[in-house]
Design a protein around this ligand. Structure first.
Ligand SMILES: [Zn+2]
Ligand SMILES: [Zn+2]
Length: 133
């Protein structure tokens, strides 16, 4: 594991909030949770999220317009990041796949496309919700 980047108090609070919840949260969900800690402006949350996402400590789920804490260190180096989003319970499982990354990189190279970011979001039902009760 590499040295974790130094976080400001706000970044630390926002990351802690995401880690504790474990499910995707919008910036406003986070703001609501952190009011007691003195975070009052949406901008404070957005700034902290920007930094956390850039550092790879949190990820943005485009389809939900929400954020999750990164599930593992160095996920970016292991391949393309994918999220399996359960539409029943709202859980999100993060995994990285080197093969998907290679295929997309191959396509990008052939097409002369410069990829800035790529995330795969799978939507469906998780194992826990599929299992009969
Ligand atoms: Zn991650
Ligand atoms: Zn589920």
């Amino acid at each position: 594991m590499t040295e974790p980047p130094k976080l400001t108090r706000n970044q630390d609070l926002v990351l802690g909030c995401l880690q504790k919840t474990g499910t995707p949260m919008s910036a406003y969900d986070i703001l609501g949770q952190l009011k007691a800690d003195g975070i009052k402006a949406p901008l404070q949350v957005y700034r902290a999220l920007d930094k956390l996402v850039a550092a790879g400590l949190a990820h943005r789920l485009e389809s939900l317009n929400a954020f999750v804490a990164c599930a593992g260190d160095e996920c970016h180096r292991r391949g393309l990041i994918a999220f399996a989003i359960c539409e029943t319970c709202g859980s999100v499982e993060e995994f990285a796949d080197a093969v998907i990354r290679q295929r997309l990189d191959g396509w990008a190279e052939e097409s002369g496309f410069h990829t800035h970011s790529a995330t795969v979001e799978l939507r469906g039902t998780c194992a826990g919700c599929t299992r009969p009760h």
